[in-house]
Design a protein around this ligand. Sequence first.
Ligand code: AMP
Length: 398
Amino acid sequence: MAFNNLPLIEPILKAVAQEGYTTPTPIQQKAIPLVLDGNDLLGCAQTGTGKTAAFSIPIIQLLSTQKQSRPGIKALILTPTRELAIQINESLASYGKFTKIRHTVIFGGVSQLHQTNALKRGVDILVATPGRLLDLINQKYIDLRHLEIFVLDEADRMLDMGFIHDVKKLINIIPTKRQTLFFSATMPSEIQKLADTLLKNPKYVEVTPPSSTVEKITQKLYFTNKNDKAKLLIHLLEKENIGSALVFGRTKHGSDKVVKLLQREGIKAAAIHGNKSQNARQNALNDFKNGKIRILVATDIAARGIDIDELATVFNYDLPNIPETYVHRIGRTGRAGNSGVAISFADQDTMKEYRDIEKLIGIKIPVIDEHPYQMSGNPTVEKKEQKNNKRSFSRKRR
Ligand code: AMP
């Protein structure tokens, strides 16, 4: 199926072609016609499936083809993180560039002046994170009386990040007569309950459960010592001819340390995490996207929603202690049909994590044992056994 087969207007088809997209992803194929027909939608999909375009494109079309357009904000896209909000706004700019739709983005952690000025100029589609949105509503910069379409993006992460109360507050403010699009990667019961209260006769669209995303990605595991991980990273960056890569660290301090070690070797790197200002994070992300820096080291919170086209390699420098996070992390690569590589380091302290991940994804991650920074003398495992079965390292934690 091509984009031309969807009932889309010429300005959108032209913009999509300029983006280089030829085929709509499964969620786009399913969701775009349903949203254009005015349905409420419950979409079970994670980032990387093309869901941003799946809701942005029909919203742009619905609003730009209205016969009588009322002034004011007509669509609101609520998303949990600043990075996601910025990326959605960039997508609106790309897909709507040949329409007259006006859009802007608001998020916390920066001065509100630029945002309130944009709001005063007039906006059709507003992308927002919950805190700043409620703040600007209270300050009367935002009026949602004319809202027609409400998108709740990444609902499960809203819950994880403690925003559910803000979301509920907002729902009491917006008009009850509206079209609602609800997206979540997972459907825990609290999210299902929220969906039930928000949606009227929704159509249900589900794509790519996490496990099938994982299957597309080449996964590799290296057993090494905690103190050798930076050396192993540098070794692999050189030997494996890896261009740019996203490296996941568990702590802010640890991430900064990795960056320092890489820089000492002349490898351009930067870290993004919660201690960095929004501007520093955005600059690092832009530098990474533009190829000015080769390695971006990120903690999970900071990396949420990072959208980088054609990210080929992800490193799990520190394995996450929540196995689902592994799936989210490696889902940053292998997007929209591209192939990807996920390289993980397991040290003596993260053996349990590695086993829990394998249990979740249901496959054994191939172990690469040809490298100079082998995990040293685990006293609980016989040498011979080590040779026969590298996995026996995991039998006992230190
Ligand atoms: P998302 O799931 O919205 O985060 O999108 C994942 C990535 O896929 C983004 O980098 C988009 O630019 C890209 N993308 C979205 N739709 C398509 C498409 N139909 N063809 C190729 N790439 C796409």
